[in-house]
Ligand binder design. Structure first.
Ligand code: PMP
Length: 404
């Protein structure tokens, strides 16, 4: 079955718009993806027909909304091969990492070690830095090779008796590198550590089965997965979630409260204090339904074809430096243009209707590793076209001429 990108595009109203009088070429999906009508309509329908707070009502709308919210949890669980009790709704991937770091951190002693890597997003760095600052936990950093792969020998050499947690990206938001999660989990477990994967990017581009990987924790955001902002997912193995202390306190996460003591609800509700992101969960459920109706391997191949087309189109560009060329990488192109600041490159590209990201991509240690202060990044999604890939090559070539 051919991958029908035009049919897919037609489902994204925003892709019809123009920017500075040019057709929008949206190459910033790694920061946040656009939303298909199925997601927009699911959220609108909920607000127009069946909306109330969840879990605490005895009336029809509350029950309907609770059903829709819990159905979304089941959709997420099925999407990654988990049980519904193992899915916690958070406000984003960032909050999910913070929840795990705070919970696991409560059991760590000074000198205990957390292994992260040079390619992590700040979301998977700063929560572990808190443990270093506050508790004397030691951070160990896995090196990244020159082509942007994780140095597996170095990873192995960092694992030891004090390693308590391994927290690694499944796919880098800068390099596009896809890390061998199953191997990493096995190595971490052999060392007796818990392993968390930051799946914010990987989940968008490849089928993920958390049980096959044997992840202890797996986190991602809704908004990169064609769903809304304000929702993230923490998957945790049932027995590990049960052992994790609560993160935030409030309504819904308790079993009983008295003046002298509290008892907590079971996971996942223990970690969902207060009114949760109800509409956002429903929207994410719709995004997952929408994605599940798609040939995801064909989508990944399509994205990769666009990446190759851009690389080929720029093969003669001696002014371009690409960061991240690891084998099997996903369709993310980070680059610098000789003599130009990445912010200027992005702003000029915008005049041609091309949206790319520029800056440190919340990955300052990685920028330092590659000796740059910033880079520009074009990221490809399943709704991008070959025509857009060519438009990007053309716009970037014209942009470079400003700096030549
Ligand atoms: N990890 C990675 C690899 C990311 O790309 C991002 C988003 N840029 C995050 C974590 C954080 O996700 P969010 O901002 O949605 O919480």
């Amino acid at each position: 079955m051919a991958f029908d990108v035009e049919a897919i595009r037609a489902e994204f109203p925003i892709l019809q718009r123009q920017v500075h009088g040019k057709p929008l070429v949206y190459l910033d999906s790694a920061a946040s993806a656009q939303k298909p009508r199925a997601v927009i309509e699911a959220m609108t329908r909920a607000m127009e027909h069946s909306y109330a707070n969840v879990h605490r009502g005895l009336h029809t709308l509350a029950n309907e909304t609770t059903d829709a919210y819990e159905a979304a949890r089941r959709k997420v669980a099925a999407f990654i091969g988990a049980d519904e009790g193992e899915i916690v709704f958070t406000k984003g991937g960032t909050e999910a990492v913070n929840l795990v770091a705070a919970g696991l951190g409560a059991g760590l002693e000074p000198g205990d070690e957390v292994v992260i890597s040079e390619m992590e997003h700040h979301a998977n760095i700063v929560p572990w830095h808190f443990l270093r600052e506050r508790q004397g936990v030691v951070l160990k950093w896995v090196r990244v090779t020159d082509d942007g792969a994780l140095d597996l020998d170095h990873f192995q050499s960092l694992l030891g008796p004090r390693t308590k947690v391994v927290a690694l990206s499944h796919m880098s938001n800068v390099l596009g590198t896809i890390n061998p999660a199953k191997d990493l989990a096995r190595m971490a477990h052999e060392a007796g550590a818990r392993v968390l994967f930051d799946g914010c990017q990987a989940i968008v581009h490849k089928p993920v089965d958390v049980k096959d990987i044997d992840a202890d924790f797996y986190v991602f955001s809704g908004h990169k997965l064609y769903g809304p902002t304000g929702i993230g997912i923490l998957y945790g193995k049932a027995e590990l979630l049960r052992a994790l202390p609560p993160y935030q306190g409030g309504g819904e996460m308790i079993a009983t409260v008295s003046m002298d003591e509290i008892t907590y609800a079971d996971p996942p509700h223990r970690f969902e204090a207060g009114t949760p992101p109800i509409l956002e969960a429903i929207g994410l459920g719709a995004a997952i339904d929408w994605l599940s109706g798609m040939d995801r391997l064909a989508a990944a191949e399509h994205e990769h074809r666009l990446y190759r087309r851009v690389r080929d189109g720029l093969s003669g560009a001696n002014w371009l430096k690409v960061i991240g060329e690891a084998e099997g990488k996903g369709a993310i192109l980070s680059f610098t243009v000789d003599g130009a600041h990445a912010h200027d490159v992005a702003q000029i590209l915008d005049r041609y209707g091309v949206a790319v990201r520029a800056g440190t991509h919340c990955a300052e240690p990685l920028m330092r590793r590659f000796g740059v202060t910033s880079s520009a990044r074009a990221s490809f999604a399943l709704y991008n076209t070959e025509h857009e890939a060519d438009a990007f090559v053309d716009a970037l070539t014209k942009t470079q001429a400003f700096f030549a």
